[in-house]
Design a protein around this ligand. Structure first.
Ligand SMILES: [Zn+2]
Length: 304
């Protein structure tokens, strides 16, 4: 696994839209159509926006009907109309674990790597939420070493402040919406891409990658973008996000897919983490600057 520090990423780095979507697709199979038979949690902490005791009572006996993603949030829809909100934070991992408690197998009996890793998650002090189900199959474990992840239960019909303040999902935002949102903003365009109230789900890596594909300099004032450039940027965002989802997300920090394997997209980064290496388009060395406290990579020749 790639270590956070070796990428030169700033503190505050977290899984972005592709990693959350990869997680959604994998745990959808574990959650949807199943009924919660047991809920285990660690002690109350800032990880639980809904206190553990209430969370246990609310989830018990509920069937998950759908698992949705908005930006970096996962939203489990429950059969009584309430919702379970999950956010991976910086180091959160949602993992499908064997149904019964399992001791780590002796090395000679160990299965494929993903199997061994799933076993290692069970019963860990950092596993803050474990859902077991009536139907046969794996449990769902939410493990988070740094506890910047979040779990909340939202009553039927209730508004979630966290979801309400998000802009459109980055895979669904239109060029016109981006253009309109930037008219009164003279901050760098990259800063706007990272603003979750404008569009939800983009973080440092994919902002750099999309700006490179769209040939737009990260530091350009947002209101200097034309409608055509806004369209190109939204198209570039979709392209890099979809490609990353298809390859399993980037492996950075502690992101591991729910089946225990590493994501593969970091091998395809065009500029992110490639300072000094030749631009894949023109060969000019990729430059790295710090913008708003975030490591920013661009080609000084291609990106205007
Ligand atoms: Zn270039």
């Amino acid at each position: 696994m790639v270590v956070l520090a070796s990428l030169g990423a700033s503190p505050g780095f977290m899984p972005e839209l592709p990693e959350v979507e990869v997680t959604r697709r994998q745990i959808e199979r574990v959650l949807v159509g199943r009924t919660v038979a047991d809920v285990r949690t660690t002690a109350p902490s800032y990880f639980f926006l809904t206190p553990p005791r209430e969370l246990r009572a609310r989830l018990l006996g509920r069937r998950v009907t759908r698992l949705e993603r908005h930006g970096k949030y996962l939203i489990g829809h429950l059969d009584d109309g309430s919702r379970l909100l999950l956010h991976l934070g910086m180091t959160g991992q949602l993992v499908a674990a064997p149904a019964e408690p399992t001791r780590p197998a002796p090395a000679r009996r160990a299965g494929p790597r993903s199997e061994r890793r799933a076993v290692a998650f069970v019963g860990d002090q950092h596993t803050h939420l474990v859902l077991s189900f009536r139907e046969p199959g794996p449990r769902l474990c939410f493990r988070d070493v740094r506890k910047f992840g979040k779990v909340a239960w939202i009553p039927k019909g209730a508004v979630s402040e966290r979801l309400d303040k998000l802009g459109p999902d980055a895979l669904r935002v239109t060029g016109k919406e981006l253009f309109d949102a930037t008219r009164s903003r003279s901050v760098p365009i990259k800063t706007v891409l990272l603003d979750q109230s404008v569009l939800a789900g983009v973080g440092n890596i994919y902002a750099d990658e999309a700006l490179f594909v769209a040939k737009i300099r990260s530091t350009r004032p947002a209101n200097a973008l034309s409608q055509r450039e806004s369209d190109a940027l939204v198209a570039a965002l979709r392209k890099v996000l979809r490609r990353s989802i298809a390859t399993g997300g980037s492996t950075i920090s502690d992101f591991v897919r729910p089946d225990g394997s590493d994501g593969g997209y970091q091998d395809h980064h065009l500029v992110y983490g490639r300072a000094g290496e030749p631009c894949p388009r023109c060969g000019t060395p990729i430059r790295r600057v710090v913008l708003g406290g975030r490591s920013t990579h661009y080609c000084p020749h291609c990106q205007k």
